[in-house]
Design a protein around this ligand. Structure first.
Ligand code: ADP
Length: 384
């Protein structure tokens, strides 16, 4: 198939920042793209060749969008999977496959998949309604503390709550959920795996994620993770085994916990480019976004090694500001060595909204981390 400067059409469901960064690469390769997103102000809008406004969860919208395309991919998991399955039957190549998305969309079925495939994950129980957890506690089959997770539609930690006492159960949404063992982890790690339709498979270096204590959002991604080689190897092997178990095509970001005993267990996966791989744009020979395009088009995969050490800082809306965004002190961070800001193109800020990220690359990882902290303390995402 000739993808380059041809009539070939790649569709992307979702037009957020991940889509925008994918599109830098389709522009580079001159591959035609069409994007579907509900918002008329989607960050991807001006980087694609064609933009369609519509509901990603509506069967007809997704089916009609996809039926004239050659390959369809996603940048967000919450899309109509029945439509994707129908499109696969019509001969459209959908990556990640509908069966993979179906398993991943629901945290309970995702966790069962790990158990069935002998992949390590935290023990859990499944509940059709949150109120059933109270009954399980009364009967002693569930004990404090545990982690409540909404089975569907959680993102960036907002469908997750640590439950330590009875009162923490108040005000939880009533829907399907899981109760997971609370893991006292040493580190949160992630490995991005790229796998093409022909089965070629590669991993990016293991990264370490530092979280904001309140917002539960990633504050720094550090690449490579500051962990012993044998732990990194273990994490890579588990990530590879996970991607193979899904028979995955495209990128699979595998989020992991390093436990106090140095066991590596899977937290969750994302079948797409991921926040833990943004630094690859500057730090790797092949960015995660270019790699996703290569993998879903069954092209040879690029080199996943680092050219330099990388640290990524998320730019989220500062607390107390809502409205037209201003990136205060952006000139100051541009003076710092190895610093590249990425601005996603969202006109309105609000507290903790992901507005952009900054990559810091340096030969010395400790120096990169130091500069990252200076970046974080200097730039502020506010409104006028
Ligand atoms: P989301 O899908 O919203 O990103 P996650 O399942 O990744 O949610 O959980 C968000 C964060 O909550 C994790 O990054 C981790 O810090 C914490 N967390 C999740 N599960 C557990 C657990 N079993 N034990 C301890 N902390 C957890």
């Amino acid at each position: 198939m000739n993808y380059f400067s041809s009539n070939f059409k790649l569709g992307i469901l979702g037009g957020g920042q991940l889509g925008k960064m994918l599109l830098y690469n389709t522009r580079k390769f001159d591959i035609q793209t069409v994007v579907l997103d509900p918002s008329n102000e989607a960050p991807s809008k001006f980087a694609c060749n064609e933009f369609v406004q519509g509901d990603l969860m509506d069967f007809d919208t997704v089916f009609n969008f996809g039926k004239h395309l050659d390959v369809l991919t996603i940048e967000i998991e919450n899309v109509n999977v029945d439509a994707l399955e129908a499109l696969e039957k019509e001969g459209v190549k959908v990556y990640p496959q509908s069966k993979t998305l179906r398993k991943i969309q629901n945290k309970a079925t995702q966790k069962l998949f790990y158990i069935n495939n002998d992949l390590p994950t935290a023990p859990f129980s499944r509940f059709a309604y949150a109120s059933e957890m109270k009954v399980a506690i009364e009967h002693g089959s569930l004990t404090f503390p545990f982690v409540w997770k909404s089975a569907q539609f959680g993102y960036d930690g907002n469908g997750v709550k640590i439950v330590r006492t009875e009162s923490d159960l108040n005000n939880l949404p009533e829907g399907e959920c899981i109760a997971e063992e609370l893991i006292p982890f040493k580190n949160e790690l992630a490995v991005i795996v790229a796998r093409s339709a022909s089965g070629e498979i590669k991993t990016y270096p293991v990264v370490e994620m530092e979280f904001h204590p309140e917002a539960n959002q990633v504050e720094y991604v550090i690449c490579p993770a500051r962990i012993p080689v044998e732990i990194a190897k273990k994490a890579e092997l588990i990530a590879l085994k996970t991607a193979k178990a899904f028979n995955h095509v495209g990128l699979l970001a595998v989020e992991l916990f390093q436990t106090e005993n140095d066991d590596i267990i899977i937290n969750e996966v994302a079948p797409r480019p991921h926040n833990s791989g943004h630094q690859t744009i500057e730090s790797s020979y092949t960015s995660q976004f270019e790699q996703h395009i290569r993998a879903i088009l069954n092209l040879p995969l690029g080199d996943t090694n680092n050219k330099a050490n990388g640290v990524m800082v998320n730019l989220v809306g500062a607390e107390g500001y809502k409205g037209n965004v201003i990136y205060k002190n952006i000139e100051e961070i541009l003076k710092m060595p190895g610093v590249t800001p990425h601005i996603y193109g969202k006109k309105q800020t609000r507290p903790f909204r992901k507005m952009g990220h900054v990559t810091i690359i340096n030969k010395d990882l400790a120096e990169a981390r130091k500069i990252a902290e200076a970046v974080k303390n200097t730039i502020k995402v506010i409104s006028n």
